[in-house]
Design a protein around this ligand. Structure first.
Ligand code: SAH
Length: 288
């Protein structure tokens, strides 16, 4: 195995890190190994890695015997990885794609996603993961990501201040566990923020109401998080007509019938996921 330092230096010989692309490379071997341990990566896995960069995490993933598909957007890391992992590519243990992970098609056989991601794509990446899960239920088992600490807190919602539409809508599909924090000095170059490893596992719960209706209700309410939901939910979600059978008037009629409910006096951060699901059920029933 090559040391993380060596891989990072080799990449640096091609070009200096481009921080606009989130190029802060994890150089602590123990931290790299820990992500692979949390994800319980084994030789039956097909791992998707987003933004392999110098290939430090890639190397730990390959060591387990797992197959790895790695998607990297930047030219220099692709050239570097191509050279550093020639053998693994020849045996097809590693498939390297030069692409934007948000636009690229992900293989359907992915069992886990393990990545130290570029932080600026965190939100759209979570959305893409949820879409992927919906299309490949039963195949994708686990996601382990290094994210910005604040983002991790909003996903896990362990503190009241972090309760919001991100964590609440993610909870419709995933159980979130937050793991250890990682200080800036474990990266090169050092980021300005603290990082954290988070884990998502699909809970595969079935709901009695269309999840998209719950999701849109949550997003609309949290647009004005200080207001009572009675007032924010008066107007229909902008994209309501994207849900089959729904249109703005149906939403407004439904809201009329729910005015007396006690929950309408709540502010969005006071509601649990079950509350949102029950509310969406009532919206659906009230409008029929
Ligand atoms: N995984 C490495 C590198 C993390 S830095 C490590 O653990 O150190 C983030 C990497 O993501 C960089 O290599 C950057 O070029 C790449 N990247 C940025 N945006 C991307 C995108 N949209 N799709 C794929 N890769 C991206």
């Amino acid at each position: 195995m090559k040391s993380a330092r060596e891989l990072v230096d080799r990449l640096r010989a091609y070009q200096p890190p481009n921080t606009d692309l989130g190029q802060h490379f994890l150089i602590d071997e123990a931290m790299l190994e820990r992500m692979v341990v949390i994800a319980e990566v084994n030789n039956n896995d097909h791992i998707l890695e987003i933004g392999p960069g110098p290939g430090t995490l890639t190397q730990y993933l390959l060591k387990t015997g797992a197959n790895v598909t790695a998607i990297e957007i930047d030219d220099a890391p692709v050239l570097h990885l191509d050279e550093a992992f020639r053998e693994e590519q020849n045996t097809k243990q590693l498939i390297l794609h030069h692409d934007d992970a948000l636009n690229a098609a992900w293989p359907s056989s992915i069992t886990k996603v393990v990545a130290n991601i570029p932080y600026q794509i965190s939100s759209p990446l979570i959305e893409k993961l949820t879409r992927h899960l919906k299309e490949h239920e039963g195949v994708l088992q686990q996601v382990v990501l290094m994210v910005q600490h604040e983002f991790g807190q909003r996903l896990s919602m362990n503190h009241p201040a972090d309760v919001g539409s991100l964590g609440m809508t993610v909870a419709l599909d995933w159980d979130v566990t937050d793991h250890h924090m990682v200080a800036p000095h474990h990266f090169s170059p050092q980021p300005a923020v603290h990082s954290q490893v988070i884990e998502l596992r699909p809970h595969n719960k079935a709901f009695s109401v269309d999840k998209r209706l719950v999701r849109q209700t949550i997003h609309l309410a949290f647009e004005q998080r200080r207001k009572k939901i009675r007032s924010t939910l008066k107007r229909a979600p902008k994209r309501i007509s994207r849900i089959k059978g729904w249109h703005a008037q149906r939403w407004k009629d439904a809201m009329q019938t729910l005015q007396e409910l006690e929950i309408m006096d709540a502010r969005p951060e006071e509601l649990t996921l079950d509350d949102w699901v029950q509310l969406a059920e009532k919206v659906e029933k009230g409008s029929m």
